[in-house]
Design a binder for this molecule. Structure first.
Ligand SMILES: [Zn+2]
Length: 358
């Protein structure tokens, strides 16, 4: 019997082996055509969505036809994905683009993070799993763009009124980034240890920074994938308990000193301090809590292109996905993948798309 099995196996192998070769030569080896201009790349980490030139230009200048993309691409797959990342096939950010990254909210059922409970999935033709869409305007932006920042827009920063300074020098309300506060992290702001008060001996004058006291800070971000999430961001992501969150100081009554050349220097007439219990009193407890929160997120990456994506472009996208989802330190202190940014507390899975095909 053993011999017979062996023979059958050899025959089968030979048969399949011979049979396979011509079909590989005849078909495009890299892409599986899913129909409707959607192609799955053989690396099984992303799909290509081919669009007309005008449609790509719409994506390049605004957020594009998101509904067309979601309703076309999502019907090829089971409802397995938490986020879609749209990568526009541009070598660099086009001049027409006014963004380095965008987040489109679709659904939220997490309590206690501000921003409310909502579900727009019917408008996008998506299932119950999809929470939002990140749009990145250049082919290498999974690694070199603000992906950690855009993903965090799902959870932050909606818990407190924040403030910024408008172009006219007057204070404006700013709700979805950390602005002039010491919540410093992916969503902007500075670090409490890098704040100098009474600068130049003036009562309301401050200098603040994210990495040190001299280099200032960003009101909306602090450098793409170059920094990890802050404590309050990790709490809002459901990855640390409230006991690990420090107090947050929010500065208001803002203005800029005239002729100031040093970075991060501003006037503030009021500083409000919020403990995590104050934040919970305003927004409620984060539910699900850190014990029950989601720790594994699945992402469907869609490369939007007006022509077939080249092998070199696929290599960039696939290598960037491998880097972003690697569950280990990448050895580069200047860049943070998701595992590093969350301190190994959560995982992103972007491969294995074939297993989710309908
Ligand atoms: Zn933002």
């Amino acid at each position: 019997m053993k011999k017979n099995y062996f023979l059958i196996l050899i025959t089968l192998f030979f048969y399949l082996g011979c049979k396979e070769k011509p079909s590989i030569i005849e078909e495009d080896p890299a892409l599986k055509n899913l129909g409707d201009n959607v192609y799955l790349h053989q690396a099984d980490m992303a799909v290509e969505f081919r669009v007309a030139q005008g449609e790509l230009e719409f994506w390049n200048s605004d957020n594009g036809d998101v509904t067309k993309l979601t309703s076309t691409v999502c019907k090829k797959f089971k409802d397995d994905f938490d986020f879609i990342i749209v990568v526009l096939n541009n070598a660099e950010v086009p001049k027409s683009s006014n963004y380095a990254g965008l987040f489109t909210s679709i659904k939220n059922d997490i309590k206690g993070i501000g921003g409310g409970i909502y579900d727009f999935s019917a408008n996008y033709g998506t299932g119950k799993s999809l929470k939002g869409i990140v749009t990145l305007p250049a082919i290498d932006f999974i690694k070199n763009g603000p992906l950690l920042h855009e993903l965090a827009h799902y959870n932050a920063a909606y818990i407190l009124p924040m403030y910024n300074i408008g172009k006219d020098g007057k204070q404006i309300n700013h709700y979805d980034h950390w602005g002039y506060s010491d919540a410093g992290g992916q969503m902007g702001g500075f670090k409490p240890e890098f704040v100098t008060s009474k600068l130049d001996g003036e009562a309301n004058k401050y200098q603040a920074g994210y990495k040190n006291k001299e280099d200032g800070f960003g009101v909306t971000s602090n450098g793409r994938n170059k920094i990890p999430y802050s404590k309050i961001e990790l709490y809002l992501l459901g990855l640390i308990p409230k006991t690990e969150v420090p107090t947050i100081k929010v500065y208001s009554g803002l203005s800029l000193p005239v002729g100031e050349t040093r970075k991060g220097v501003f006037y503030a007439t009021e500083v409000k301090t919020y403990t995590i219990d104050d934040i919970i009193a305003i927004n409620g407890e984060r539910l699900p809590s850190v014990e029950n929160s989601q720790k594994l997120f699945r992402i469907l990456t869609v490369v939007v292109s007006n022509r077939p994506v080249s092998q070199k472009e696929w290599e960039t996208v696939n290598a960037d996905i491998e880097w972003f989802t690697k569950q280990a330190d990448d050895g580069n202190n200047d860049l943070y993948n998701y595992w590093e940014a969350t301190g190994g507390r959560a995982t992103i899975k972007m491969d294995g798309l074939k297993g989710s095909l309908k």
